[in-house]
Design a protein around this ligand. Structure first.
Ligand code: ASP
Ligand code: MG
Length: 440
């Protein structure tokens, strides 16, 4: 069985939605189709929710009117017959009545999350009816019946699997099962979500839950690229990656995948294939447990990084020092990205500086503190590159014009990370593109 996930741009125009209907029907075998909301919808719902939270009801209503108009135009082009236009009208009206009911009530975080869920609910229903109109047999399987997160907002993969497997098996003669990305129930059984961009995560959870043969993530670019196409002119798609390489890249700014996507797929060794809806023939990127070793695959950048250096003579020969330092970050629920140590100092980076001043105050107990904001981590990824000769030499030769303030290598065999000031980000990515990949 396959999982095929289509993102917002792949369903964002009526002709694209028709195109993915063709793609799904021409792909042999049974599949679960995971859809995002139409592009722009979740952003619009966030804005409506923010306005309602701030008490700007009139502004929210203006945005609801605009969004509703967009959907009415959408269904006009999606459906052919009178009968299905009427069905489309009924769907859109029903969702917008619900949206207005939510807006009119006590608008709390619970209503906000319910509001955010409407995007995926409506896109899947519109798609299902499109298949109905074309007499293509399919079923709509509500994600809220099987997708759940626990009190720490972690997906409950085993429970999801226990619920989903029998549901899928019961649909014996159905090849196309449609469900919503992004949305789920939380431990209070309320409607919740897997955070922005979470439809990829849904696809991976579904794929892992049913032990699919493959999880396909269809987007609007031809796979993962060796460098950031927003910053570097010439980039190339990567044909194959290991799960570990892909996780590093997804976390470090490669916007194509939600950072947690790889985890469930890797757990049950389900390959993930990234494909392009605009260019179906392009090979895309395949992510599996095995891959070419020892070559540079990609570089990625993450900015908005704050570096903190703690210098303390008490660290000299002391044990337990790092634990006490880490505890400060733990108390403020602040993840640490990169870390380097010397005998009397420790340097680390964070990307969430919401509690920076409190953290700084507590760290002062240990010694002198130095904080640098606006830093960027450049992450150089390649399966087992760290075991290769000359890897660091190549990296630093490429970066010779750029001051590097921290280096981390050997933490995993697949990644070398360097910290630079954000102002050098473009220069560094271009230099690595040329030095490591010969691309100019
Ligand atoms: N619609 C959600 C978002 O825009 C989830 C997704 O598309 O992955 O964040
Ligand atoms: Mg996405």
């Amino acid at each position: 069985m396959l999982v095929m996930k289509f993102g917002g741009t792949s369903v964002g125009k009526p002709e694209r939605m028709k195109k993915i209907a063709n793609l799904v029907t021409s792909t042999p075998g049974k599949k679960i189709v995971v859809l995002s909301a139409l592009s722009g919808t979740t952003n619009a719902l966030v804005s409506i929710g923010d306005n309602l939270t701030a008490g700007r009801a009139a502004k929210a209503e203006e945005e609801i009117v605009a969004l509703e108009k967009h959907y009415h135009a959408f269904i006009k082009d999606l459906y052919e017959s009178e009968a299905f236009h009427a069905i489309g009208q009924e769907i859109v009206s029903r969702y917008f009545i619900l949206i207005r009911l939510l807006a009119a009530g006590q608008f709390d975080v619970k209503s906000y999350r319910e509001l955010l869920a409407q995007g995926e609910l409506i896109s899947t229903e519109l798609f299902y009816q499109h298949l109905q109109e074309r007499k293509i047999s399919s079923r709509l399987l509500p994600a809220l019946h099987f997708m759940s997160i626990d009190e720490n907002e972690e997906p409950e993969l085993e429970k999801i699997s226990q619920r989903l497997k029998p549901l899928v098996t019961s649909l014996t003669n159905i090849d196309i099962i449609i469900t919503q990305g992004y949305i789920c129930r939380n431990h209070r059984n309320e409607i919740d979500n897997l955070k922005r961009g979470g439809s990829d995560y849904t696809a991976s959870l579904v794929g892992a839950a049913i032990r699919a043969d493959e999880i396909q993530i269809w987007t609007d670019i031809d796979g993962m690229h060796n460098n950031d196409p927003r910053i570097v002119k010439k980039t190339v798609p990567i044909s194959e990656l290991t799960f570990d390489e892909a996780s590093e890249l997804a976390y470090f700014g490669a916007k194509i995948l939600h950072p947690s996507t790889i985890v469930p797929a890797q757990k049950y060794n389900v390959p993930v294939r990234l494909k392009n809806t605009m260019d179906e023939k392009a090979p895309g990127t395949i992510i599996t447990s095995k891959g070419t070793e020892g070559t540079f695959k990609a570089v990625a950048v993450k900015d908005g990084i704050t570096a903190i250096k703690i210098k303390s003579s008490r660290m000299l020969m002391a044990y337990g020092f790092l634990r006490r330092v880490f505890e400060v970050f733990e108390n403020y629920k602040t993840p640490i990205d990169m870390i380097t140590t010397s005998e009397i100092a420790v340097g680390l980076t964070i990307d969430n500086d919401a509690n920076l001043s409190s953290i700084e105050n507590e760290l002062k107990k240990f010694g002198s503190i130095e904080v640098d904001k606006d830093q960027a981590i450049i992450c150089i990824v390649g399966n087992k590159i760290v075991d290769q000769k000359g890897v660091l030499e190549k990296v630093f030769a490429s970066l010779k014009e750029i001051p590097v303030s921290m280096v981390s290598s050997g933490g995993s065999a697949n990644n070398v990370s360097v910290l630079i000031d954000k102002q050098y980000k473009e220069k560094a990515l271009n230099a690595l593109n040329e030095g490591l990949f010969g691309l100019k």
